[in-house]
Design a protein around this ligand. Sequence first.
Ligand code: FEO
Ligand code: CA
Ligand code: CA
Length: 695
Amino acid sequence: MTTLPRAPRTDRPALPLLVPQGPHGSRSRLTCRFRCGDACDQPLPNTTDHGHVRDEVAKAVARRSVLQGAAVGGGALVLAGLASAPAAAAPGAGVGVARAAVAADLGRTAFRPVPPNRRDALVSPEGFRSDVVVRWGDPVEKGAPRFDVRRQTPDAAAKQFGYNCDYVGVLPLRGRRDRALLVVNHEYTDPNLMFPTDLYDEDTQKEIEVLAHGMSVVEIVRGRTPGSWLRADHTRARRNRRVSARTAFTMTGPAAGDPRLRTTADPTGRRVMGTLNNCAGGTTPWGTVLSGEENVNQYFDASGDLDARYADSYRRMGFTGDGRGWSSIDPRFDLTTEPHEPFRFGWVVELDPSDPRSTPRKHSMLGRFKHEGANVALAEDGRAVAYLGDDERGDYLYKFVSRDRVRSGNGAAARRHNMTLLTRGTLYVARLTGDGTADGRHDGTGEWIRLTSDTTSYVEGMSVADVLIDTRLAADRVAPTRMDRPEDVEPNPVNGKVYVALTNNSNRGSDALPVDEANPIGSSMTRPALGAPLEQKSGNRNGYVLELTPARGDHAADRFTWDLMLVCGDPAAQETYFAGYDKAEVSPISCPDNVAFDSEGNLWISTDGNALGSNDGVFRVPTAGPERGRVQQFLTVPRGAEACGPLLADRDRSLFVAVQHPGEVDGATFESPASTWPHTDDFPRPSVAVVYRHA
Ligand code: FEO
Ligand code: CA
Ligand code: CA
């Protein structure tokens, strides 16, 4: 095995200055419709005119570059009920992620980057191999029938692996080093690709789709080659579980029971049926999984006469369309019938994979918006800090700090306590201030603005419950920074900094959303097809990666500094920036979405919607040292797919990746697929794969 060269570099060019002004990128119309309800076609939901970064010199925060170990706090926490490795408390970590004598393979191994391509394959570098771990339709719960795409039933779907896998967590199983629990989100469904044309009646299809949403817990077992994993026999995997849009959830926190959360089926406002559009997530230090309910507006029919009291709330969250027709099987999806049902979605949910009988919860204390995910780090004093992104053009970055401290140990009392951490605390939204571009960098300072605690609202005219239920409207009043679709926001457990994937924003650079120091791209170079010449398009089409450094190295601090680490795109385009690394030596990258870290502190990025003509993929980027900013493409996913998850596990020997919506390109149908990956059938199957070193 070779390791990355460590030659010093001093010749870093400065970031180009603000680019002058110039929707959908390469994403298919089907993906836009079914995943986010054509969000880019809707009016900009954030109509405030505040919140662009001011070019001022702010002096409040001293810059600190290295915060060793801050993300795991005291580091003594034991994964309750699941493991005994202290460092496994690191967010995004999993099986045996602790630094050990074993080399951290994928963090250190040199590889020849995968070039941009349009292959219908998961392409990894020479010397690596990928296996499919679990596919849409594979049996999860006991009694699940073998998948037959032409004999699908709601009962079967409720027990089988759901559609369109997104977040991937891998949790240790105590006492079983050969086994682990894979926890996966199922974001949305695409009936055009799931069902043979005219084989099923519409309501049966809808019921199957309802049940193919949600989450899966799947026991996995090591394969023969180190780093490889297989799906375990589901008939013996007692923790295997499916959660869907028909699973009972408990609401927690100050908004639980609020009159706006009460419906005909649930007069208490505390018991919600199901979870929807589960996108990214995070594994907590106490061994549970968080999952973000994102584009929940698309499921509800808002075409009738609506309750005028909720007009602003519905508009700000985009409850403006006619839904997916699900009200024909369940009237709660019609706002004229159940005006409160939408308030029960758009939360962060918490699932305890160690207990298949546990009731998953929706935490009102983390606010309601289009949650991408939630990643927890520990503050210096042991409080839990969850970083949150609201994936919408021009929306905000958030953070939650718990009132109480995490308790170490895996006893029942510690476990009960830690399961309450996300129910009390304070919710903040971010405001970024630039320090000017004369320094050749897009950087500055920032503050976390309090919105509400569990007992006191800091937004005038809004109660605690108001702020939590209509978090976007509350944040609008305190002038946060409007960002370019904040997706994953994840602390790096090695350097303590926080990395934000800002996917793109077709409206950036418009009069309504001007460029600023933190959002500098109003015009982008794109490629309509692989190999085609670069073309200029208005807006930020290729995205950024933003790096936040908490003041004093403490995630609970209300100040931070920030630095635009990556301006994504083709390195041949003038506007791109790779932390100053030589642009001749980096891979093109477009539309960063999910992020992960290896135990070297390298950033791993998956992409969604490549605007450079290539398939999406996963990239490795060092965050420190002479290689900082060296973006290298580690894999590409099949045609029409986005890459999700990614997760380094098993001492960095395994890279798990969710291949979401393979074959979802314009014009594709079940009978005329654009992809047949993973090539086990004559139609595509969204699946989780694992990549590991083979030679
Ligand atoms: Fe579901 Fe923001 O991606
Ligand atoms: Ca600057
Ligand atoms: Ca995403």
